[in-house]
Design a protein around this ligand. Structure first.
Ligand SMILES: [Zn+2]
Length: 393
């Protein structure tokens, strides 16, 4: 490392004896030995980030212990004693301590035994990156409220910087997951204000507008996302859904065509295109797209159910029943599929089986707290479903 020494922090004699002369502080004496606040540990000499507090654990050994470093920040090298492995700051070569493996103290089975004096503790760094990353970790396991908390801290700590827009965008996305779309849109606005070419933020803002029924605004956002990235397949799919919601099925199909062109192995545009063809009364085309959907993902019970509806419309009740059977096999609580199969049995004059299915559908839909998935049944069935709703009351 040939960094200018003048760029390093000035060190006391005691700090130099450890960091530069590879000494060891007395056990149970360091300021971070019994210290568990949330933040990051930096190299005392060069300020490089080395460890995060969530990797710290109590090894009862007298020195701070971490089960892992921030990737790429710590160098391992054989200790002159021929036994241990020394660790040093990868940026400036300052001595940190030793790393031990195989002690079975944590799942990572690794203990970085670090001198407190080699480090400085800091609450989130200037970029807010630490808390932004924490938010992302929570987001990825579905803990959206916690994620929002961390993003909020990150945003508070941020001065201007590349992380700011990303934090707003990610907090927005967490709000959207909680269906708090107004708040989400405010954050997307911020993210886009900071980076007017943030294609992902446009597309996500579009989804929040769509969720609020604001399809014209959604379409504007998708337009923007697509103009920034003409290969943005999902933006086409979503724009198509907004056009479909406005009843512009032909326009929607154009978008789905484009999405299929960009990624022929994704079932989403096929499903959507099938529904659009269905709404246009083009049942055969709809069935083709459901076929394609099922080829890509044979576990989509909705696709079988919806294809069944299309076959029912064409008067092919036996074929429809096969699809409903399959949908129910995949999802035994699929009330809508029972109901549809019941309707098909009525058309085949098999009334006992029809009654069984309708009973089953009603039983499932009466289960407390269970949402009726009317959306899956699409417009055709809504009339029939509302009749069933009357039965429930
Ligand atoms: Zn360093």
């Amino acid at each position: 490392m040939n960094l200018e020494t003048s760029r390093y922090n000035a060190l006391s004699a005691e700090e130099r004896s450890v960091i530069e002369s590879k000494g060891t502080e007395r056990p149970f004496s360091g300021e971070y030995d019994d210290f568990y606040e949330e933040g990051v540990y930096l190299c005392r000499r060069c300020n490089a980030e080395l460890y995060r507090s969530d990797a710290k654990f109590d090894a009862h050994c007298g020195w701070p212990a971490f089960e892992q470093e921030i990737p790429g920040t710590v160098t391992r090298l054989p200790d002159p004693d021929g036994v241990r492995t020394e660790i040093e700051c990868a940026n400036c070569g300052g001595h940190l301590g030793h790393v031990f493996i195989g002690e079975r103290l944590t799942a990572a089975d690794t203990r970085h035994c670090v001198n407190s004096i080699s480090m400085k503790f800091a609450r989130p760094t200037a970029g807010g990156q630490y808390y932004c990353d924490k938010g992302w970790e929570h987001f990825n396991v579905g803990q959206y409220e916690k994620a929002i908390g961390f993003y909020s801290i990150a945003i508070e700590h941020i001065k201007k910087g590349p992380w700011e827009g990303q934090c707003y965008h990610r907090r927005a996305w967490s709000y959207a997951k909680l269906k708090q779309h107004q708040q989400a849109i405010q954050d997307y606005d911020h993210a886009i204000g900071l980076d007017p070419e943030y294609d992902l933020a446009y597309s996500h803002r579009g989804q929040s507008h769509a969720a609020l029924g604001e399809h014209q605004q959604a379409i504007q956002d998708y337009d923007q996302a697509i103009s920034l990235d003409p290969d943005y397949e999902l933006a086409y799919s979503h724009r198509g859904q907004s056009y479909a919601a406005l009843g512009e099925h032909q326009r929607a199909i154009q978008d789905y065509d484009q999405a299929v062109l960009l990624d022929a192995d994704n079932e989403l545009p096929y499903v959507n295109r099938a529904l659009a063809y269905y709404d246009l009364g083009q049942h055969q085309r709809a069935i083709q797209d459901f076929d394609q959907t099922i080829r890509i993902n044979p576990y989509l019970s909705e696709a079988y159910n919806n294809r069944g509806i299309a076959y029912s419309d064409l008067g092919q009740h036996q074929r429809a029943i096969q699809d409903y059977d399959h949908a129910i096999k995949l999802n035994p609580n699929y009330s809508c599929a029972y109901y549809n199969r019941g309707m098909a049995y009525i058309d085949l004059r098999q009334l006992e089986r029809a009654i069984q299915d309708c009973d089953q559908a009603i039983k499932l839909r009466r289960r407390p707290g269970r949402q009726v998935e009317t959306g899956l049944c699409r417009s055709l069935l809504q009339g029939q479903l509302s009749k069933a709703d009357v039965d429930e009351d």
